[in-house]
Design a protein around this ligand. Sequence first.
Ligand SMILES: Cc1ncc(COP(=O)(O)O)c(C=O)c1O
Length: 395
Amino acid sequence: MSKKNFNFKDESMKDLINYLGLIRIKLGKSYLPLHEPDIDYKDQKEVIKGLKSGYVSSVGKDIVKFEKKLKYITKSKFIISTINGTSALHIALKVVGVKSEDEVLVPSLSFVASVNAVLYSNATPHFVDSEIDHFGIDPKKLDDYLKKNTFIKKNFCINRKTKKIIKALVLVHVFGHPAKISEILSICKKYKIKMVEDAAEALGSLYKGKHVGTYGDIGILSFNGNKIVTTGVGGAILTNTKKLAENSKHLTTTAKIKHKWDFVHDELGYNYRIANLNASLGISQLKKLSKYITHKRKLIYRLHKFFKNSNDFTILREPENCRSNFWLQTLVLKRSSKLKKNDILKKFHKKKILARPVWRPLHKMKYLKKYPKMNLNNAEILENKIINIPSSYYL
Ligand SMILES: Cc1ncc(COP(=O)(O)O)c(C=O)c1O
């Protein structure tokens, strides 16, 4: 879609909806998706090459090549690619030592995978609140909460109420915007908590010049079809610690001891390795990452201009010291606005445009209500303020 066509000359939501509706019709789509993968001829060629190699499952040269490319982009010392981001997070938690008797701090404002991975480890999620501005975990609130509700014993952070060890924290970079990594990292160090970065949405995002997911003990990425770069389904574990990388590789490959023909598995492992076929697609997709980010930055610039004088909305901005990948474009209803989230969504959907609210805060889900939590005011406010609008590369 050319820049000329993207003319936000009238400052109103109505015009944005009309404009996106027109794009939908021009593209001949029955619905304008939220985030569509961009699969071109080169992607197809790479996948066919992968198919022809005969290596379509969890071993093959393209996995090695894909991981090498990811290493180059993220500067992570080790990369272990997986079948998806959820499995990557499950293994990341396991290798940092999360056990069934532990608690893990998770933001309530996240996709359900962040908490499910904790439950797959049979650990207890403990919900924490997010910041109003960029939706990452609120460092001040977290520090105050841990000060009041925990104590340190034998180098572990103990929850005063449950007497369980708080072993890890999952730091989510929401919609690709880096959370306040330095502040959260120093809190984790202070309270002896492992930091696991859920950078599923944030490939290409930098915090103080360094790729997100590489600050904590370990991090993860997702390459689902709706992400900035896709392998169809896929994910990756990032770490700079050799031991964590080795354990991750071992657990994602059914804990099989390396041997030319023998099948010996030394613990309960998982069949979580990415398929070579998915990695083939990833190789050509990664080549386009910087182009995608450039396009998204242009799109956000135009959106800012459009909503500059809006009484109702702001556009989510890049946090300070960060370079965001702007994966999903985000409208935030101003506190003063009288508009209702669901009324706005209805208007988008009437024109067959897939806009969506932020996730329902996790602590409100029936199966998650029983778990410990701090006051989650901000997550509850944000639930009614955030709208993601179509953000595909071609816009
Ligand atoms: C914040 C977050 N964490 C984890 C995941 C899980 O990734 P996947 O869908 O690849 O399992 C996603 C993505 O969909 C996500 O948005």
